[in-house]
Ligand binder design. Structure first.
Ligand SMILES: CC(C)(COP(=O)(O)OP(=O)(O)OC[C@H]1O[C@@H](n2cnc3c(N)ncnc32)[C@H](O)[C@@H]1OP(=O)(O)O)[C@@H](O)C(=O)NCCC(=O)NCCS
Length: 203
């Protein structure tokens, strides 16, 4: 419960108001097998997002409405300043005899995950934009500085190389990123850090 109270949306509320949110806290921020999501500093989590189990969020991460993140059968890590936008689903694959590590979900720093994406057991580096509605499957690796077009599907175990735009279902390398696009990867993360700071200040 201590970590839930550190959760951004509740951090600045007076106790008299906070007590009314007790039910919501318990339900949107849950332990699984004794492991509770861990938050860095100045994290923003919308009250309709649901976070369960083994999840570690870096500083200044933002998690927007209706995100479902379930770190139950493996771990989810989200690096500093990354944003997970509305309606996105984050999940993992369990360890097994044939796959001893399973597939955790690792998201690096300064990553933008657009609206309604599905990230499952994949590994993303830093400064990546995952376009709206994209799906990234188990074992896929997205290197640093990649732009993934809206609606793309990244198949299992595929690697997306640094410095490129990828689009399509299944995803294909479209072209080298323009300088403006490469710069936007970090800018997008910065924009969301500013936005969540504004939201935090409003509570
Ligand atoms: C891919 C993207 C970056 C545009 O790249 P672009 O090179 O400027 O593309 P253009 O608009 O010039 O279109 C080039 C071609 O790609 C196609 N295209 C554009 N976006 C596409 C996408 N997401 N998937 C598949 N094809 C796409 C266009 O239809 C066009 O096809 P054509 O040559 O047959 O007519 C952009 O469409 C996109 O998907 N941005 C993601 C935005 C987003 O989701 N942001 C997160 C929310 S905050």
């Amino acid at each position: 419960m201590k970590d839930a109270i550190r959760c951004s949306i509740f951090a600045k509320m007076p106790a008299s108001i906070l007590k009314n949110f007790h039910f919501m806290q318990i339900n949107n921020f849950r332990s699984y097998r004794g492991i509770t999501p861990q938050l860095g500093d100045a994290v923003y989590i919308h009250e309709s997002a649901v976070l369960v189990g083994d999840i570690v969020l870096g500083d200044d991460v933002s998690v927007w409405p209706l995100v479902a993140a379930r770190g139950d059968v493996n771990k989810i890590t989200i690096g500093a300043r990354s944003n997970i936008q509305d309606g996105t689903v984050l999940h993992v694959t369990r360890k097994s005899a044939t796959n001893p590590d399973g597939y955790p979900l690792v998201i690096g720093a300064d990553v933008t995950v657009g609206h309604k994406c599905m990230l499952h057991g994949c590994t993303l580096g830093d400064r990546i934009l995952v376009g709206m509605g994209a799906i990234i499957m188990d074992g896929a690796i997205v290197e640093d500085d990649v732009f993934i077009g809206a609606g793309s599907l990244v198949p299992p175990n595929k690697t997306l190389k640094s410095g490129y735009l990828y689009v399509g279902n299944p995803v294909k390398q479209a072209r080298v990123l323009k300088e403006s696009e490469a710069n936007f990867l970090k800018q997008s993360a910065n924009n969301y850090v500013e936005l969540k700071t504004e939201y935090l200040a409003a509570y």
